[in-house]
Design a protein around this ligand. Sequence first.
Ligand code: HAM
Length: 417
Amino acid sequence: MPSFATSPGTRDILAPDSARWRRFQQVFADVVETAGFGHIIPPMFEDLGVFLRVGESTEIVTKEMYDFEDKGGRRVALRPEQTASVCRAFVEHRPVTPWKVWYAGPNFRYEKPQQGRYRQFDQVGVEVLGVDDPQLDAEVIALGMEFYRRLGLTKVRLSLNSLGDSGDRDRYASALRTHFSSNIDALSAESRATLERNPLRVLDSKRAEDAQLIAASPRMADHLSPAAEEHFLQVQTSLRAAGVTFHVDDRLVRGLDYYRRTTFEFVSESLTAAHTAIGGGGRYDGLVADLGGPDTPGIGFALGLDRTLLACDAEGVFGAPQSRVDVFVVDATGGSEAGVICTELRTVGIGADRAYERRSMKAQMKSADRSGAPVCIIVGDDERNANTAILRTMEGGSQHIVQRDDLVAQVRRALGR
Ligand code: HAM
C-alpha cells in the first residue's frame, strides 16, 4: 500500500499549535475590529487575471503561481496573497468608502521550502480602500505594531519607504537601469537577469558582489515628486505623533509591483534565518483601477502567521494555550460511569475527557496525566456502590472522596470557579 506524507512546503498543524493559530487570529480580530475593520473571506482561488495584477515582472507571478485550467476551461489560480482579491471584491460589490476589511487564511506560492518559507502559508491582514490621507497610512502601520505588542513581541523593527507615484517609480526604475547597465560587468549573473525584468528588485540582492554597486546606486528619495515627498513626510510626522518608532530604508522595494508611495516592512530582530520579514504592506493606489474599477486609493498590510509564530518562539512569548480539558474521568467499572460524568460536566461548561476500551487503571491514569487536565475523577466499584467518587488534584496529587450528587460543585471548587 502506498503511504503518503504532506507535499513539500505544506504542514499539518496539530494541537496544541492549532489552538495557538486560532488564538493568533482571534487576537488579530480583536485588535482590528475595535478599529472599525469588518471581516472579509475571499475565495481561495480566482481568475488568474486577478493575480496577474500583482505584477507581471514579480517572481510571485512568473514563477510561483499555482495556476491551472479547471474542468470548465477557466484559467484559475490559488491566491498567492489577498490584496488583489480584496480589490476585485471592491470592484464587484462597490461598497461605501472608506471600506475597511481584515482577513485571515492560507495563501499559496510555489517557493523553495525552508524554515519560515512554505508553499502554503497563512496571513492575517487589513486593507482600506477609498482614503488618500497620510494619517491613515500611519494608523494602519500603528495597528500592525499594536498587534505585535499584544502578542508580547518586543523585537519588531519597522522599515519605512516611499516608492513615489507611478511616474516617480518609472523614472527611478529607469535611473537604476542606467546605473546598473553602465556597470553591468560588476553585477552578479542573477542580478543581471533581475535587471532585465525589474531594476528595483536588484536592490534586494543580498549577494556580496552586488553590494558595492547597490550602495552607489541612485536613491528613491531623490526621485520623489513634491506631492509624494509631502505625503511621505506627513506619514512620518503622524507615526511620531502615535509614538511608533521606525527607520527610513530607501532600499526597501518589496516583492509586489502594485505599490505606490508608502511601503513598509515589519522585521523581527529575534529571527536569525533568512526570513526575518514577518509582515509588510503599503499603498497600492492604482490596483483597483487596474482591475477595472474606479480610481481608488488603497493601503494595507499582511502579516505572516507562520513566521510571526517563529518570532514568538524566539522571544519566548505567546506560547500554545493550555489544554481545554479541565477534568479527566478514570473509570474502573467498565466505562459507563465515565460517560455519564463527562456529559454532566460538559453540560455545565466544564471540559471533560475519558478513556475507552476498558483500559487498565494505570493506563487511564497515564492518559489523565497526558490530557493536561488539572483535576481527575476516579470511580471504582466501591465508589459506584457508595454513590461517591474520588477527586484528585493532579498537581500535588492530593485526593478526597466526594458525594456523587455533589460532584459538579466539588469540581468547580477544585478548579477555582
Ligand atoms: P508579502 O510581503 O508578499 O506581502 O507577504 C506578507 C508576509 O507574508 C511576509 O512578510 C511574510 O511574513 C509572509 N510570507 C510571504 N510569503 C511567505 C512564505 N512563502 N512562507 C511563509 N510566510 C510568507 C503581501 O502578501 C501583500 N499582500 C501585503 C499587503 C497587503 N500589501 C498591501 N496590503
